[in-house]
Design a protein around this ligand. Structure first.
Ligand SMILES: *Cc1c(COP(=O)(O)O)cnc(C)c1O
Length: 619
């Protein structure tokens, strides 16, 4: 689910029971502390990451117009018929201002910060906040069944199983909002006074609406003089006390990234970046870097024969470092190109005038080993390295490490492998597979943050490059390696926080285990593939050659299909999908790397199915 970035505050009401307390002002302008309660609420919402607040005004709307001038993130819309309509009518008129999930609040509420925190942390997309008994005299009770809301009513007699009292802060998904509006439009014909609570009750029969219950929540809705008195004397001081103690340990909202990296990370990896300032030249930091380098080698079973050289760059930086550093001037590198990343290696060599021989294959087709062998034998003695992509993320194909490196061994040439999107996702043994340089980055299957790339180098091979002509200063592999050896540090300023996150990610990889991660990814792939197949989608790459980490799906041949529109629909619902790139047939792509689970894929498939039906896309 996307982080909730929008909020709707219902503020049209007259507050007739508060005459004498606030005069002609709307209820939100009650003041308990140093600013009106509406502004206290706004400040809380902004602190919580809300970026757009829509206030539905009515009575004395000019007060809110002034607020709008003060706060650029506030929008207002006036319910012109506020005197004769209920809260659902107010909620319905924001439909053109809201385009994703949102928090729904009332303007006359005071509440502790934890109320927002609980909704944010909730796994439910549609979530009504409930509290224990308040005895305010104005309660709305929530009837529940298991984790669902079944009705909301002021009449306790109508409640079968009491779940708690409605606070008046709810997390509403875009889908639920649409369902509410559709339902309300019919109701308005006979009942303009329709309340949003009643609409939630009605819609809960068709759509699952959940709740979170907090027994002892500090909050009050101020509707009359007694509420005001209670707020002043008891609740407001309590809210202030609790908010002061509130530790900002926000759970980070979750997007399911189905793009081929950066991948979805755990909260603990994200939190790992919030660290005290430290000079990366300190011994403590050197130890952190050293432990990361060792563990990266360990993941591919490099033992003492390999060393990891880290760069502050995206993955391409490490590819460039390797190709420009290890191929001598008098030799060539054979580059296999069956996707954009193979082609990228060719472009790097072209730019740096590294001699190369190209083996180009249509993107989506597997390599032909006989062709490789014939090239190797034809150029015998001239080729020093064979470079290829392990998992070609352009199409999802897996180029066989074993078979290709066996050939290289036969011709006594070294292997450079771009394992960007397979490292830590597919078991690799650099010794067994006769690999000399293996390249990857922090933000794919290892599930860290973008900003660190690395080459895991066979030390004997690397040492041979000591006196090679330097094609790059910053990215020379050997020079960076010797700096690590001598100082236990990166040669230039590292992205400190990204390394802390990588440290965390590697630890979590080891906790999950190689087998655990591989199995999880494979299961995600199976669930995804089977689900897509059921929907009628066709795939670019045959299962036999599939890496099972990224799936290229052939684009439907139907005028109703539009990738961007589909992307936007899914994006709003928390799923990021990715376009295709230059394959032999037009595709879009779904990766199943990162901290995602079977339930995420199932939810995604449901969402995709709904979209497919909505657009009547024929497959
Ligand atoms: C992601 C990826 C890269 C590198 O991409 P950057 O954007 O530079 O991080 C290179 N090769 C493959 C196979 C990849 O999947």
């Amino acid at each position: 689910m996307n982080h909730v970035r929008q909020a709707v505050i219902l503020a049209a009401g007259m507050g007739s029971r508060l005459k004498g307390v606030i005069e002609e002002k709307p209820k939100g302008f009650l003041q308990l502390g140093n600013k009106p309660i509406i502004e206290e609420s706004i400040a809380k919402l902004i602190g919580f990451g809300i970026t757009k607040i829509v206030i539905v005004t009515g009575y004395s709307s000019e007060y809110y117009e002034r607020l709008k001038k003060k706060y650029p993130f506030v929008r207002t819309i006036k319910n012109q018929r506020f005197e004769n309509t209920g809260s659902m009518f107010s909620l319905s008129i924001v439909k053109d201002l809201i385009d994703s999930n949102f928090l729904l609040l009332e303007s006359d509420l005071i509440y502790e910060h934890n109320a927002l925190q609980v909704l944010n942390n909730s796994k439910f997309n549609d979530c009504i906040l409930l509290s224990g008994r308040t005895s305010s005299g104005d309660e709305v009770y929530a009837g529940i069944k298991e984790n669902r809301i079944v009705n909301l009513s002021k009449n306790l007699g109508e409640i079968k199983t009491l779940g708690g009292e409605l606070v008046g802060i709810s997390k509403i998904s875009y889908d639920l909002y649409q369902a509410m509006i559709n339902h309300a439009e019919k109701q308005f014909r006979k009942n303009q006074q329709y309340q949003y609570e009643d609409c939630l009750t009605d819609v809960s029969k068709m759509k699952e609406i959940n709740y979170e219950f907090v027994e002892d929540l500090a909050w009050i809705e101020i509707d009359d003089k007694n509420h005001f008195k209670r707020a002043v004397e008891k609740i407001y001081p309590l809210v202030q006390k609790r908010d002061a103690e509130f530790i900002i340990s926000k759970k980070i909202s979750r997007n399911v990234l189905l793009n081929p990296g950066p991948a979805t990370t755990t909260d603990t990896v994200k939190h790992a970046m919030v660290v005290e300032d430290i000079c990366p030249r300190e011994k403590e930091f050197g130890e952190l870097v050293e432990s990361i380098r060792k563990d990266l080698v360990r993941i591919v079973n490099g033992k003492d024969l390999f060393e990891a050289v880290l760069f502050a760059s995206s993955g391409t930086g490490a590819i460039e470092a390797c190709l420009t550093s290890v191929v001598p001037d008098n030799k060539s590198v054979l580059i296999i190109n069956n996707g954009a990343y193979g082609e990228r290696m060719q472009q790097i060599c072209k730019n740096f005038e590294v001699n190369r021989i190209d083996y180009n294959i249509e993107w989506g087709d597997p390599v032909d080993l006989r062709t490789i062998e014939s090239i190797l034998s034809k150029h015998k003695g001239k080729i020093s390295h064979l470079a290829f992509v392990h998992h070609e993320t352009t199409v999802g194909i897996l180029n066989s490490l074993e078979l290709i490196s066996k050939l290289a061994l036969k011709y006594n040439i070294e292997i450079i492998v771009d394992a960007m999107s397979s490292f830590a996702g597919i078991p690799i043994d650099v010794n067994e597979s006769n690999i000399h340089y293996l390249i990857s980055s922090a933000n794919k299957c290892i599930q860290g943050m973008a900003g660190i790339s690395f080459v895991i180098c066979n030390i004997d091979s690397l040492k041979k490059t000591k006196d090679y002509r330097r094609r790059s200063f910053y990215f020379n592999l050997y020079d960076n390696y010797t700096f690590f050896s001598e100082h236990n540090q990166m040669q230039f300023t590292p992205p400190v926080q990204v390394l802390y996150a990588l440290r965390q990610a590697i630890s979590e990889y080891f906790i999950e285990t190689e087998e655990g991660r591989t199995n999880r990814y494979t299961e995600l792939y199976e669930v995804l593939k089977n689900g897509l197949e059921k929907l009628g989608f066709k795939f670019l790459v045959d299962d036999r050659f599939h890496a099972k980490i990224l799936t290229s799906i052939i684009e439907p041949d139907d005028d109703n299909y539009n990738f961007t529109e589909m992307h936007d629909y899914l994006y709003k619902r928390g799923f990021t999908i990715y376009p295709g790139k230059g394959a032999k047939q037009n595709t879009f792509r779904l990766a199943n790397m990162g901290e995602i689970y079977k339930e995420d894929i199932v939810r995604f498939l449901n969402c995709l199915e709904t979209y497919k039906k909505l657009k009547a896309i024929k497959l």
